[in-house]
Design a protein around this ligand. Structure first.
Ligand code: SF4
Ligand code: SF4
Length: 219
């Protein structure tokens, strides 16, 4: 079939002339190139050995980025993550160690991957939180479906869910192992090893609690 467009002749300005290498004994035998390669390897070997003996070896996790040194012995060596790195989630706790989450479902509603499942429950009779807030009977996150967008953390009004563990999801061998339940999420700590949040928590009944007193609702 005739082409609708005329074929352009090659542009002389773009053409690169590659000369065929002249074959002689040196190129055919590869010996000079092998010697050159060995020389490079030996240069690195002696430089590295000297630096190791003299204790001058740079820390590959924090130095020599610009020199292109990109190999580290992971996981024994790890590059420091940025402060705002989003890792595996954790649930934060109150001063008494109970879960801080009030099961409002804001996080699971905001989650675009729909990977958070929460079953809310009421605090028992006599608990000062009953009637003010609920708690998660079940709190489950499927870390395999999570896209680590951080919307859940942003949506939470209680600073009850965070992604500051500094951890990757571990490479498990079955899908159900990526589904973290409440106890696991509560057990994780922040990168500094603490479980607390930075924000104060105003408990129902405290003078600082901003909610209405339920004593007045029937007046
Ligand atoms: S980080 Fe994003 S995708 Fe993952 S659980 Fe939170 S809201 Fe859902
Ligand atoms: S983690 Fe926060 S947003 Fe999610 S249900 Fe609990 S209190 Fe609500």
């Amino acid at each position: 079939m005739p082409s609708a467009f005329k074929k352009k002749p090659p542009s002389p300005t773009n053409a690169v002339v590659v000369t065929y290498p002249k074959k002689n004994l040196a190129t055919q035998s590869y010996v000079p190139e092998i010697v050159k390669g060995l020389a490079v390897s030996m240069r690195h070997f002696f430089t590295n050995t000297k630096e190791m003996v003299l204790g001058q070896r740079p820390d590959p996790t924090t130095e020599r980025y610009s020199a292109g040194v990109s190999t580290i012995s992971y996981p024994e060596q790890k590059r420091p993550y940025p402060e705002r790195f989003r890792g595996v989630h954790r649930l934060t706790t109150r001063d008494d160690g109970s879960v801080r989450c009030v099961a409002c479902l804001c996080c699971s509603t905001a989650c675009p991957a729909q990977c958070i499942f929460i079953e809310a429950g009421e605090y028992p009779e006599g608990d000062k939180r009953r009637g003010y807030e609920r708690f998660p009977v079940k709190f489950v996150i499927d870390e395999l479906r999570c896209i680590f967008c951080g919307y859940c953390v942003e949506a939470c009004p209680c600073d009850a869910i965070r992604m500051d563990t500094g951890m990757h999801a571990v490479p498990y061998d079955s899908r159900d192992q990526f589904v973290y339940a409440k106890d696991q999420l509560l057990a994780f700590t922040a990168t500094d090893g603490t479980k607390k949040t930075a924000n104060p928590r105003h408990e129902p009944g405290d003078a600082t609690h901003p909610g209405l007193s339920r004593d007045h609702v029937h007046h």
